[in-house]
Design a protein around this ligand. Structure first.
Ligand code: MIC
Ligand code: SF4
Length: 645
């Protein structure tokens, strides 16, 4: 039987288990990436596991998320990250060099390899034919040390692309269409493989926009073939030697086939507050806009920003709209500058922002109250922009630039404007001067630890009996932005006791204090949740900080992949309701008990949660592999790894 691309790459890297959908497998990781907001904890954990050097082919530490540096905390983090990279043989990408996913695609992504990153949009690498997966920092730390990455062998869906995109219709519209089809939930354990004749019509940066936002569907990753177009991209980056062909066999099989005719698509928009709320731009035409933010790892390539510059050239941004542009990398920024496009943007009245995540993570350019912000980013969760009641819409750069000019959400096809048909350059401007590559001398340097650098908190093993309380009850689609806000709080990422004060800050501001009091009184905290708990980012702090507050279990209707793995890594048991209707029976504040929690986890037997207040037994399931059971019992992966060393 022929093999698809996912099977080929996974089989090449398979070290444990069998490649049969639903089974746990362990794969070798060739490359890792971290970013500053998840990186400090990942490297602290790397140190705590006693690791001395990396065992991957390449590990890169990027500084891109928190470059605001209000106060000493960010600068301390950057100094720690730089010194730790030097010490362990990791490439360091200095602040200003760009957003991890964009830069990695440009300079390091390699077809047929595996990439594990402590950021959910690591999936961007699928654009260049990598199996690129987002995970918690602890999993990345283990992979850096040569350990395997464990995941569920996926179901593979083929997205068969036919036809060609019409002018003004873009890769962003393709992925928004996919979000409309697959939605943001129910896709755990799936990988998407793009194929069909339409693939050849898309450049690598366009493909990367599509694989980037696979994260929003909750799929493990998405991958494109590596073809002549991939070769052209790598050659333009001076890396033709990294190319290899990667295609599916003609008789490859898939668990599902989704047909997508590119020529039938039109400009799309995701409306507040979920990337899955997809509509046609034409349906919302005329909506007044306050702000336009162009950038992020989804849409900030050279082609994207030259398109914006060409649309704005000789025009002024609308007087009612504040327009920010953040180039995805220093390479993109430098090319815009050298080729004159930067001047066009400045002349038009654009606010030029640093090549970093910035507004995307809510640490700058928060919209005004109730403001409408058109953004080219990938997530519009409530409050993520830093303004709770802001209305954030996700679009292509073309739609965003049209809004910047007109002050309204408008289908750009209705503007009397020539389509700026921007081509990928034959040669990108290559300057690796803002990377610090490892050298033997650097390996001798000392690790710098300012006062913001804490130690990773420890956990106790799972108790014999869980005796606690429903410390909070939340609804469906709770994102990690709800659990652990970023934005202004991002600077506490290296300091768990400080960051833990903000758990569920925007959902229930008293949660942290209440949970801490319970913990001090010896009462275990339990989180009760609806469907698709833990959507969005890979931030392990959404498990780590609850662990610090004494959370021992989360019981939900369903979980998203990365967050469930993070809970296990920090010794919190993810339980699902056998009968989802039982969710309604539990109220916040109810006393909850699992009499034999340890034994039940050990033996894999059914788990009965007793709602003591309601005098009701609730059947639960813990879908854990043998390895995961041991991790949860040990109180997390750090304890488990240290015990097994
Ligand atoms: C995000 O886009 O939500 C982030 C910020 O990049 C996160 C990582 C983090 O919280 O540090 C992600 O996507 O994993
Ligand atoms: Fe950065 Fe936004 Fe991309 Fe996350 S989604 S990596 S915050 S640009």
């Amino acid at each position: 039987m022929g093999r698809n691309i996912v099977q080929k790459v996974l089989q090449d890297h398979l070290r444990e288990g069998k490649l049969a959908a639903g089974q746990e497998i362990g794969i070798r990781i060739d490359q890792t990436l971290t970013q500053d907001a998840t990186g400090t904890m990942a490297y602290l954990q790397f140190e705590a596991m006693g690791m001395k050097e990396i065992k991957t082919d390449l590990s890169v530490s990027y500084v891109d998320h928190n470059t605001i540096q209000v106060g000493f905390e960010n600068a301390d983090d950057h100094a720690y990250l730089q010194s730790v990279a030097a010490r362990f043989g990791i490439v360091f990408s200095r602040p200003g060099n760009g957003i991890c996913h964009q830069v990695h695609l440009e300079r390091f992504g390699k077809p047929g390899t595996t990439l594990l990153g402590s950021d959910s949009h690591t999936t961007t690498g699928g654009g260049v034919g990598q199996i690129a997966i987002g995970a918690g920092g602890l999993d990345v730390a283990v992979a850096m040390g040569g350990g395997l990455f464990y995941l569920t062998a996926p179901k593979v869906y083929l997205v068969n692309l036919i036809g060609e995109l019409k002018p003004w219709v873009t890769a962003k519209d393709v992925v928004l269409k996919m979000l409309e089809t697959l939605t943001t939930k129910g896709n755990v354990g799936v990988m998407l493989e793009y194929g069909g004749p339409g693939v050849a019509t898309l450049t690598v940066p366009e493909r990367a926009t599509i694989t980037n936002m696979g994260a929003e569907m909750g799929v493990t990753t998405s991958i494109f073939p590596s073809d002549e177009e991939t070769k052209r991209f790598l050659a333009a980056q001076g890396r033709e030697r990294d190319w290899k062909q990667l295609t599916a066999d003609a008789d490859a099989e898939y668990d599902r086939v989704i047909e997508l005719d590119l020529s039938l698509l039109e400009p799309m928009v995701a409306t507040p507050h979920s990337p899955g709320n997809v509509k046609k731009v034409s349906e919302l035409a005329g909506l007044a806009v306050d702000q336009v933010c162009i950038g992020s790892c989804t849409n900030s390539s050279y082609e994207d920003l030259v398109t914006v510059a060409k649309m704005l050239k000789g025009r002024k941004v609308n007087p009612h709209v504040s327009v920010g542009v953040a180039p995805g990398s220093r390479q993109v920024l430098a090319m815009l500058a050298h080729e004159g496009y930067l001047a066009d943007l400045v002349d038009a009245g654009v606010r030029i922002l640093e090549s970093a995540c910035g507004f995307c993570i809510g640490n700058s350019l928060s919209p005004p109250s109730k403001g409408v912000s058109i953004r080219t980013i990938n997530r519009n969760f409530e409050g993520r922009s830093g303004t709770k009641d802001a209305q954030v819409y996700l679009t292509s750069v073309e739609v965003a630039a049209a809004a910047a000019i007109t002050g309204e959400l408008v289908d750009p096809r209705t503007l009397k404007m020539e389509y700026p048909d921007v081509k990928m350059p034959k040669k990108f401007l290559i300057d690796d001067g803002m990377f610090i590559f490892p050298t033997p001398a650097l390996r001798e340097s000392a690790i710098v630890r300012g006062p913001n650098i804490g130690a990773p908190p420890t956990n106790t093993p799972m108790p014999a009996k869980l005796a606690g309380v429903a410390a909070i009850k939340v609804g469906d689609k709770i994102t990690t932005d709800h659990i652990m806000p970023a934005g202004a709080r991002l600077k506490y990422r290296s300091n768990v006791p400080a960051y833990a004060k903000y758990v569920f800050e925007n959902v229930d501001a008293n949660f942290s204090e209440r949970a801490m009091k319970n913990k001090e009184a010896g009462i275990h905290n339990v989180i009760v949740a609806g469907e698709s708990y833990g959507q969005g980012s890979s931030r392990e702090h959404a498990a780590l900080c609850p662990m610090y507050l004494g959370v021992k279990a989360v019981i939900a209707k369903s979980f998203e992949r990365i967050h469930a793995a993070n809970l296990i890594n920090f010794g919190i048991i993810p339980l699902t309701f056998k009968n989802p209707a039982d969710y309604d029976a539990i109220d916040q504040g109810d006393s909850l008990e699992i009499a034999d929690v340890r034994r039940a986890i050990e033996s894999g037997s059914a788990i009965t949660l007793k709602d003591v207040t309601k005098k009701k037994d609730i059947e639960c399931m813990a879908t854990l592999s043998e390895r995961q059971r041991k991790i949860v019992l040990a109180g997390g992966l750090l304890n488990y790894t240290n015990k097994n060393n």
